[in-house]
Design a protein around this ligand. Structure first.
Ligand code: URA
Length: 241
């Protein structure tokens, strides 16, 4: 509930709860796994009522070299360094690898995030790829039909050759899963590697003219096109974190 209220990450919420800064119905609760009923329980943080913030949805053009995590033990740049002016804690909707750039959605609506990430919903993610060599039509066909990875076969994908330079193939691929390093592993399964990977769209939402490293709020209609409204099956109870 603390992260839903936009105050901070779940990890931060755990430490605040442990430090005795949170009370539920006037009793200090130090168990981060305590459940609360958001409608009936009175939760105070440092003595002030916790109110659920309005949901926000934004898109970031993640640059290469930024991690999709909140904190990095090695102090490398993270996407949160680019979101300092957002003012509410948001979670990424899925991840992009350190070396991948492009469209990253972030929100404080955790149910929405879970839905978009759930492979059952088959939300399409479109990527531009530069391979380290020329790829044959047959090889692009293997990406399209699905190939075997160590965590199972990939679903059929949409693949379009964009252009070949003297040494490299540039192509577009749309996948409906979001497994770890999936596009890179698919290209590696062909015996090639990815030199550049950019996510350009999630479902109907494209990166458009957003500049690298910048973010903007989604328009209500853009958010609606991504999936059903929140509150459809919203549970009243949630973890205190
Ligand atoms: N596939 C990858 O290999 N990396 C990403 O960041 C996203 C999709």
């Amino acid at each position: 509930m603390i992260s839903k209220a936009g105050l901070g990450s779940r990890t931060e919420a755990r430490s605040w709860i442990g430090a005795g800064r949170v009370s539920v119905n006037r009793r200090v609760i130090q168990d981060p796994d305590h459940w609360v009923d958001m409608e009936r329980d009175k939760v105070l943080f440092d003595g002030k009522p916790l109110v659920k913030k309005e949901p926000i949805y934004l898109m970031l053009y993640k640059p290469k070299g930024y991690l999709t995590t909140y904190k990095d033990p090695e102090n490398r740049p993270t996407v949160y360094d680019l979101l300092r002016d957002v003012g509410t804690f948001v979670v990424p909707v899925g991840r992009l690898d350190l070396d991948t750039s492009g469209l990253l959605l972030l929100t404080n609506d955790t149910q929405f995030a879970e839905r978009i990430m759930n492979p059952e919903f088959h939300v399409a993610k479109r990527y531009l790829v530069k391979a380290n060599r020329l790829l044959t039509d047959d090889e692009l066909g293997r990406l399209r039909d699905g190939l075997e990875l160590d965590d199972g076969p990939t679903r059929p994908a949409t693949v379009k050759r964009i252009r070949d330079s003297e040494k490299y193939t540039h192509f577009e691929i749309t996948i409906t899963e979001g497994r770890n390093r999936q596009v890179r592993r698919m290209v590696e399964a062909l015996g090639a590697t990815v030199l550049k990977l950019v996510r350009v769209a999630i479902g109907p939402l494209g990166i458009g003219g957003l500049e690298v490293g910048k973010w903007r709020y989604l328009e209500p209609a853009e958010r609606d096109r991504l999936g059903p409204q929140r509150n459809l099956a919203r549970k009243a109870s949630t973890r205190l974190t």
